[in-house]
Design a protein around this ligand. Sequence first.
Ligand SMILES: Nc1ncnc2c1ncn2[C@@H]1O[C@H](COP(=O)(O)OP(=O)(O)OP(=O)(O)O)[C@@H](O)[C@H]1O
Ligand SMILES: [Mg+2]
Length: 288
Amino acid sequence: MAPIIKTEKLNHLYSAGTPFERLAIKDIDFEAEQGEFIGIIGHTGSGKSTFIQHLNGLLKPTSGKVLFNDTDIWESKAYVRDVRFKVGLVFQYPEYQLFEETVYKDIAFGPKNMRLTENEIDLRVHEAADFVGIEHELLDKSPFELSGGQKRRIAIAGVIAMRPDILILDEPTAGLDPRGRDMIIGNIRSYHEKMKSTVILVTHNMEEIARSVQRLVVFESGSILMNGTPAEIFMQGDKLQKIGLAVPEITRVIMRLRELGLPLNPSIFTVEQATEALLNLKGGRKRA
Ligand SMILES: Nc1ncnc2c1ncn2[C@@H]1O[C@H](COP(=O)(O)OP(=O)(O)OP(=O)(O)O)[C@@H](O)[C@H]1O
Ligand SMILES: [Mg+2]
């Protein structure tokens, strides 16, 4: 199957020719299949936001290509405009971009730009509100009356309402409390399950994506350092720690137990997997 989105030798130079010139991403080759759930993780300044802003044509490559369904997104003005609707991007701290007088209008903003009918817009606003757990009574309120977590979810709904083929979220849980974080991650997971669309989630938080995504892409200094399933990535815990990224706590516990001689699979990254592995270990011993 051809990837839905692909980049070839993508480079982005900010402030070219000034003292602030900076090559933020270098020769990035990346592919995502239709329906994949991918996590992008990396240190601050590693180029994650710069990279994803190329995927919907918000930034233009200094060199290299972005292909959506095998066509260069910059092929024509019409194509890149279309791609902006098909690749939905939720920015870091998107709640600062809410500006309409009601929640409804904010969520409807994207679909309206797509020139959908009023009926279709209405359907999508309600559907998107359901995806992010925003009760319909709130639709008539001003977004400014709502909590931080609610505002964040409304901003996400505004992108979901465009029913993009690819949903990209840049640090959607940043600055939220654990309950708000769990809620948003849960919303995104169930959205992915129901819509079967491609989802790309950017985060600093290993624990929160370890259990959600099918593939992890690790950014380091503008390049892709690792790319694989969470199990494959966490098996290289040392490499992650070298660049200052922590493996999930439970993986660290398992690594330590292995050092102490317990025969455990090094790719455990959820408490459930660890519990099962430890129980099996005990069962195995009894049988022995
Ligand atoms: N508008 C800009 N002008 C100049 N340099 C920029 C600009 N935006 C980002 N950079 C630089 O490009 C590099 C990559 O930044 P980017 O924001 O893509 O990283 P990031 O991985 O998203 O970081 P964070 O985790 O903090 O969001 C950094 O060195 C950053 O300082
Ligand atoms: Mg960023």
